[in-house]
Ligand binder design. Sequence first.
Ligand SMILES: Nc1nc2c(ncn2[C@@H]2O[C@H](COP(=O)(O)OP(=O)(O)O)[C@@H](O)[C@H]2O)c(=O)[nH]1
Ligand SMILES: [Mg+2]
Length: 199
Amino acid sequence: MIINTAEYTNSYVDWKKCPQTNFPEYAFIGRSNVGKSSLINMITRRKALAKVSNTPGKTQCINFFDINDDWHLVDLPGYGYAKTSRSNRHKWMKMIKDYMENRNSLLYVFQLIDSRIPPQEIDINFINWMGSKGIPFVLVFTKNDHPKKNKGNRLAFEKELLKTWEDLPRKFITSSAKNQGGEEILRFIEKTNREMLEI
Ligand SMILES: Nc1nc2c(ncn2[C@@H]2O[C@H](COP(=O)(O)OP(=O)(O)O)[C@@H](O)[C@H]2O)c(=O)[nH]1
Ligand SMILES: [Mg+2]
């Protein structure tokens, strides 16, 4: 997919206020520091597109980006950030979950996993929650700069998932540092967009 335009449009704290649209939508989520902003910049080939969602105030929002006047990319707040109050964390999590459960145009959640660290319970729990709600998602193993070194963490994560899942979801393996894996994600989005048109 060629990215002709990639623009930040707006931020919302309430899924009910999100724009009414026919655009297919893809949301990105993961623990803070998982490499979400870097991944969004890599796939949109913009140096600082996701910077806007890192500005104070916007990190707690549902941030919308318009890509090619054709589909929406949604940047969600990172979870698991320790330096904020429990009630704030609870509020953001509720906002995210309400959005995912109710947003009709949301086609897939991209669940980011840091391939440099062993499986984290908070990620497994979130994935299992999406599963329990039937929210379609794919996995993105980020920061895979050193495939041989990182492979063990990925396999351990998949093994953990297989304790509750019969099949593993589709996965992408990326390194924003090495500019790898973005093309596969864009191809997947392009194909999904096309399938939507055929229905
Ligand atoms: N080595 C490596 N570092 C990365 C990669 N992607 C992001 N980072 C670093 O991880 C940190 C968090 O990245 P950021 O994209 O801001 O994560 P976010 O908090 O999930 O949005 C930054 O210091 C990035 O430079 C990657 O693919 N490889
Ligand atoms: Mg970020």
